[in-house]
Structures are given as C-alpha cells and as structure tokens.
Design a binder for this molecule. Sequence first.
Ligand code: ADP
Length: 357
Amino acid sequence: MTPDTNRQFGFRSRNDSPSGAILASVVDATREAVIVVDPSLRLIAANKPAQEAFSRNDVPLVDRRLSEIFRDASLHEAFALALRSGESSDVRLEMINHQKRTYDIHVATILHNGIRHAIGYFYDKTQIERLERVRQEFLSNISHELRTPLTSIMAFVETLEDGAIDDADNNRRFLNVIRRNAERMHCLISDISELSMIESGNVSIEKIPVRLSHIVDEIFTNLSSKAAERDIALENEVKGETRVFADPTRLEQMLTNLIDNAIKFNVHSGTVLVRTEPREKGAAICVVDTGEGILPEQVGRIFERFYRVDRGRTRDIGGTGLGLAIVKHLAKLHGGNISVQSKLGHGTAFLIELPSP
Ligand code: ADP
C-alpha cells in the first residue's frame, strides 16, 4: 500500500491505526467502486475503481461535492439519510456517459474521527444485466423458432384426424409437410446443442495439416444435388498441394455451412467458388458466391445467433440462423477469424483466416 492510497482513502487519520491502514487497502483493492462523504456531502475518499468510473478527465473525486459527480436525486437522498439518521439503504443508478452503465448502490454509515460519514458501494450490474438480456432473448428466440414448426405439425395432424387422412389427393402432401417441419425442429435442436457445446468449451480442436482441396471436393460432392436443383456451378480453385492447419472435421463443418449458404442465397444459375489467399502467417479460405448480397447495415449482424436477413424466406429454405454463429466460434477455436464482404446484387465472400503453427 502506498502512502498516497492511505491519503486518498482517508481512513488512516483515525489515529493512523494499522487496522485503519488495512481497511484502506482492502477498500482500494475492492473491484466495486467505493466512496465516502462527510456530513457536508463532500467526498473525503474514493477508491481506484470509483475514480476510474466517475471522474471526468481524471479530475480527482476527493474534495468534490457529491452533487458535482452524480445528478441523481435518489442517490443524494440515500447519502443524506445515512448521514441524518444512520439508516442504510439501497438505490439503483443509471449513468449514461459514452455508454449506459447500471449500478446497485448500498449506502451505509461509518464513524470517522467520531463523526458520522456515509459510505457508498457501487455494484456494477451492467454486464450481468446484458448477459441476462442475451439469455432471455436466446430463450425467447428458441421457443419462437420451435413453436412455428410445431404449430404447423399440430394443425396438419388435426386436419388429417378430421378426415383428410381419407383424402387420397392430399393426405400424402400433408404428411410431407409434417415431416418437413419435424426435420426443421430436428435441425434446430441439433444446431442449438452444437452451439451450446462449443460455447461451453466442450469441443476440442486437434489441428493437423489438412489438404484443403480434398475437403472442398468432398463437400461439393455432398452438396451437388442441392446445387444442381438451382443450376449452381461449384468451382474448386484450391491448388492440389495447399494445406491448412486445422481440425479436419471442424474445417469440413465450417466450409459446409458457408458453401451451403452460398448455394442457398445464390441466384439461379449462379456460381460458388472456393479459393485460398496467402497470409503472412497461415492462409485465408474464401467462399465466394454470385448471390444477392447482404445490405451493409445487416452485414455486421449475420454472425449473431438466430439473425436472418429475411426470416420467412430463410425458414422456407431450411435455415436455422445458427450456422454462422457456429462457424464464427469454430474459427475462433482455431485461433483464426471469419469476416465477410458483400455487394448487393453482386455476391458475397466469406473469409476464414487460419493461422499456421
Ligand atoms: P441460416 O441457417 O439462416 O443460413 P446462418 O447463420 O448460416 O443461418 O446465416 C444467417 C443469415 O445470413 C442468413 O439467414 C442469410 O440471411 C445471411 N447469409 C448467410 N450467408 C449468406 C450468403 N452467402 N449470401 C447472402 N446472405 C447470406
């Protein structure tokens, strides 16, 4: 503990006792912002996190009035109450500087040199609340995504039960719709569990040198009938000897996702091309299509879970909105990165950069 810390935190003046010094250093080492005000509501102490969070232009907080730092009536009242009657209280504060931050603040009293002072502990809830929002959004997305095919399945089962089962012209068609929706639910559930496995760190990546051209050929073979349905040409421009350093199964999964998208979002008789670009350390694999492209304001969002540019349409062509989120995580697990460039009406290029050892 430095003498400055003691002076800044002010507890030391209580006979300069060793316990006061320990207390000062404990408060200074606390992650939460802590401030102490005297009976005239002027700060006599502020730890480092408080200084970092509430000071503008690094002006010291100590010696300034509480009202100069916080313009919140309920916060003032909490400190005033503590000073007036010794009562502790809890308040919530939202501060908007360059970003919005939310605090739960506990205000209590302490005796300093025999005089009642008020101390405030600021618990920063911003991150926890953001994660909570993400979790809630994720859950509501999942239930929405599952409800849509389920509603359709239930409706068609009812129609069949109500007599359509004997309608030879339509019963197979209805069964087909039920099967497609059940398959959709299956895809969703496997993508969700895949994503949660990756996010929880339960997927290990074993990187080896992989002949990229072979993998691309295999994926093209697997997706050839899908491409043929829309007369899409698949072009593998990766040189035969090119090797990338990756986990072969995960690399295939990433590229399958990108190539599948490049087919799905392509124009009729379009082209999907895979090639590599050298990087200072490693290589970039490019999946380029001649599709409709993505609006600039949407490009930044397509890696978010469940984000789809055109929800209705993408659902019809079998998308879950989770594919790119999975690819992004896998690229990161490889120590790499994924980026996208798109031009509306011209096409899109996804780049996976994979470092070499
Ligand atoms: P999905 O299962 O819907 O394909 P993804 O996470 O793979 O989910 O993709 C998210 C969204 O990004 C897609 O719904 C689509 O709107 C957009 N997208 C992805 N790849 C392309 C592409 N090659 N061309 C145009 N849009 C694309």
